[in-house]
Design a protein around this ligand. Sequence first.
Ligand code: MF3
Ligand code: CO
Ligand code: CO
Length: 259
Amino acid sequence: MISIKSSREVEIMKESCQLAARTLNFIEKKLKVGMTTEEVNQLCHDFITDAGAYPSPLNYHGFPKSVCTSLNEVICHGIPSEKDVLKDGDLLNIDVTTFYKKFHGDTNRTFYIGNVSEEKKKLVRTTYECMMAGIGVCKPGARLGDVGAIIEEIAHDNGYSVVHEYCGHGIGREFHEDPQVLHYGKKGTGVELKPGMTFTIEPMINMGKRHCKLLKDDWTVITKDGKPSAQFEHTILITDDGYEILTLDPDGRQEPALD
Ligand code: MF3
Ligand code: CO
Ligand code: CO
């Protein structure tokens, strides 16, 4: 069942979404070589709880930390650890989900640590482009297959692959609601979008092949070929004539710095 949010619900949910985005702005300024992903986790945890919210990942199906930190070949669901030290040239995705006033807001960005190679930067920029293009086709009457198709097209045009096993999702009073939002697909197919739907678009794009592997910790997903992967995520609302990005940067920055 796909829930349709009322405008009152959307206003509250947007507060949660904006808090998630502000958490990313906050942590971005703290990132530096030598820091551990556990420190990232602790800083985000405190920022979220200080705002009166709960970090949705914590204890979600047993997830042990408050955010996901996915480095380089980690596709998603990386577990923050004191053993993971940020080093020059790394790509670090931080995925923040907040539960505030009974609604979840979910967003992630991939950050550059120190000096990142042009090859990796191109992957990150393309992944951002994929997410924004997917968002761009959203409006009442469009279909989820349109979203997947355009993401896949851009990824393939650049020689990259799209992860199939993990997808975007409806979101609201629950962290993961219907529908599933695949990042590949066929135009004109799938669920028809309607005003009041809220869901995430969060493509995971691999530099090499699309195949992934789940580590023994039962959470960390890595690329099978060991090549880097990048991801961006926004929570969006379908409006009467298009979409609104609920997790848009509250500091007024329209785009992350990816040069
Ligand atoms: N935030 C992730 C998503 O975008 C889900 C993380 S689930 C967790 O859907 F348990 F790993 F936190
Ligand atoms: Co999500
Ligand atoms: Co997320």
